[in-house]
Design a protein around this ligand. Sequence first.
Ligand code: NAD
Length: 292
Amino acid sequence: MTTIAFIGLGNMGNPMAANLVKAGHDVLGFDLVPENLKTARANGVTVMADAAAAVKGADVVVTMLPAGKHVLSVYEQVNGAAKKGTLFIDSSTIDVDSSRKAHALAAHAGLLALDAPVSGGVGGAAAGTLTFMCGGSAEAFAAATPMLEKMGKKIVHCGEAGAGQAAKICNNMILGVSMIAVCEGFALAEKLGLSYQALFDVASTASGQCWSLTTYCPVPGPVPTSPANNGYKPGFAASLMLKDLMLAQEAARSSGAVTPLGAEAAQLYALFNAQGGAAKDFSGIVEFLRGA
Ligand code: NAD
């Protein structure tokens, strides 16, 4: 049995921690929100007074926090409390630069570190079917894999420090851009009197096919399981898509990459969020694009 400290028990962290408890681990948890601690306790997590108390004596520390500043602040708080060689896994989605700083803080304190952001959402967290995209040394990846297998089903070592975050934001930038392209295709089809099903039947097996069309179709009908058939209930909220697109733009600026469509997608999602779309599924941007 491994003792695991879990910091950040929100929508994702709580079900992930619950899966570690179910797998027989001793999980010591901390969050700033009392309601989240109540849920954690009900799931079998031992609630601790603060992050440092949770980390003291833990073999592994998992963080699942909103942004880079929260991760760095927790790493700074708990650095002295962790025993040498403790493995720190950060599964939050954060900017690549902060992720690399977190790795450096850990290395300086004699700790192992892995960035391991996820895809799969709250449903995947509850079902234990998340995908983990990992960055860090081969040693950290090997040590983390048995833990990650309790929370996910696909675990990929993408490279050194920050490579997991890089893979996550590159993938989600492709997703944001491709979703907008598919939505525009359907918006144009509407104006031309072409049915959703006809466009789907052609494009899903032709050169326009992509995940945003074939698995997550943004209009009702062709893919019955897509959020379009359920009032655009997330799924993956537009607010989280905007967050990831902004992270991609930040990374493009700091690395000098040219991403004009990524920049345009970030602007369109910012407008959609500002006009009431934030809590909708990100495919709901089709309504905004057609001006509904
Ligand atoms: P959330 O806001 O529900 O949870 C974050 C938790 O961190 C909150 O409960 C908050 O109280 C806690 N927290 C903040 N600062 C803290 C501190 N200093 N000490 C202890 N706890 C602290 O967010 P979430 O939906 O669980 O997402 C967590 C991360 O996972 C984010 O980086 C998000 O981008 C990423 N993510 C979310 C989803 C999703 O579908 N929700 C999918 C993939 C990735």
